[in-house]
Write a protein that binds this ligand. Structure first.
Ligand SMILES: Cc1ncc(C[n+]2csc(CCOP(=O)(O)OP(=O)(O)O)c2C)c(N)n1
Length: 283
């Protein structure tokens, strides 16, 4: 169902339904990046439902806001949000996800309505988002551009070329979110390639930096508002998240980067989401 500007209280409930949709898509397709889906889905939801000026009717509108999921492997979370917003049909995605000749592949496919860019080869989202934001300035358009990267992804050198360009061109219409879940495909980011002092790194590149609890809906919402109000420089939002957030079965464990739950684990994960939703209802 498409919602227009839901309240944060409504989103506190919806986040658990979207996690369930995301998990069901993964189970139907026989695989997916469930850990990174769960860390980023709250930011995707708040961005799409409360900030992005885009809708199924606007996919070709030159003034639509642009979004690039640079950590493209979190596609199942993105499917859940795109379906909720009416860009795609959830039953169809579940029926055909990762099937032969299906457009619903495991990474963003720009043949699908609402998806701006093919991604999944890490490190490209920010440079392309810089180009989109710069184009808006050059064309005199008021749209904003957003991208979400993983913290493991920040080991790609092209990210920092994009960071340099973003501040050089004073792209205050650009916002980069970093899913700082501290895990990547093969273990802790700090063991693979240190990512400490993210805040200082982005500030040194001339960005406005906001570092927030990244699974806190109100904090995400406030940061996105602040980013839109910031003038003269782009904003980086460091989302301090938990990989696998929502079920202790998979929270904070590197092996859940791309692991298919067993039927028993799936049942427990769904029960955990339902319990978290129930706790919100009970207040
Ligand atoms: C250029 C490139 N190198 C390697 C990969 C393989 N890969 C897929 S996901 C991943 C880890 C990414 O970690 P992170 O950005 O922290 O993602 P998250 O933990 O948020 O899922 C890697 C190395 C890739 N997709 N692209």
């Amino acid at each position: 169902m498409v919602q227009s500007n839901p309240t944060l209280d409504e989103l506190e409930l919806l986040r658990w339904d979207l996690r369930r949709d995301c998990t069901d898509i993964i189970m139907a397709g026989g695989g997916g990046h469930i850990g990174g889906d769960m860390s980023v889905i709250d930011a995707l939801m708040v961005l799409y439902l409360r900030h992005l000026n885009v809708s199924p009717a606007m996919v070709d509108d030159p003034d639509r806001d642009r979004f690039v999921l640079s950590k493209g492997h979190a596609m199942e979370a993105y499917y859940a949000v795109l379906c909720q917003q009416g860009f795609l049909d959830l039953a169809d995605v579940k029926a055909r996800f990762q099937k032969y000749e299906s457009p619903y592949i495991g990474h963003p496919n720009n043949k699908l309505p609402g998806i701006e860019m093919n991604s999944g080869s890490l490190g490209h989202g920010l440079p392309v988002a810089v180009g989109m934001a710069l184009a808006a300035k050059m064309d005199g358009r008021s749209y904003r551009t957003y991208t979400i990267m993983g913290d493991g992804e920040l080991a790609e050198g092209s990210v920092w070329e994009g960071a340099m360009s973003g501040s050089n061109f004073e792209l205050d219409n650009l916002c980069a979110l970093v899913d700082r879940n501290r895990l990547q495909i093969s273990g802790c980011t700090e063991d693979v390639m240190r990512q400490d002092s993210q805040e200082e790194r982005w500030a040194a590149f001339g960005w406005n930096v906001l570092s927030i609890p990244g699974n806190d809906l109100a904090a995400i919402d406030a940061a996105l508002t602040l980013a839109a109000e910031t003038k003269g420089k782009p904003t980086a939002i460091i989302l301090n998240t938990v990989k696998g957030y929502g079920s202790p079965v998979m929270e904070n464990q590197a092996k859940w980067h791309h692991q298919l739950p067993s039927q028993e684990e799936y049942a427990q994960i769904c029960a955990d989401f339902a319990a978290r939703k129930e706790a919100v209802i009970r207040g």
